[in-house]
Design a protein. Structure first.
Length: 75
């Protein structure tokens, strides 16, 4: 999937709920904490590294550690 297609898919899926959607790539790191946020990463490894970081350090105030990675290239 192109970056543009991934961004459009993320926007359709979370656009009305997300405070922001940032980045480029097919792997979405979604934080379902105080405010829904989405970052897009080009590789699963990069998304996983960032998830490990926010799982350990928190993604912001009121972090519930409810973070997941979603492959936008599937379905």
């Amino acid at each position: 999937m192109t970056n543009e297609a991934c961004r459009e898919k993320a926007q359709r899926r979370w656009g009305k709920k997300a405070v922001w959607i940032q980045g480029d790539g097919q792997y979405a790191l979604v934080a379902h904490c105080r405010a829904l946020t989405v970052t897009l990463w080009p590789t699963m490894a990069e998304a996983h590294k960032q998830k490990e970081f926010i799982d350990k350090m928190a993604c912001g105030g009121y972090c519930t550690t409810n973070h997941e990675i979603i492959d936008l290239g599937i379905n």
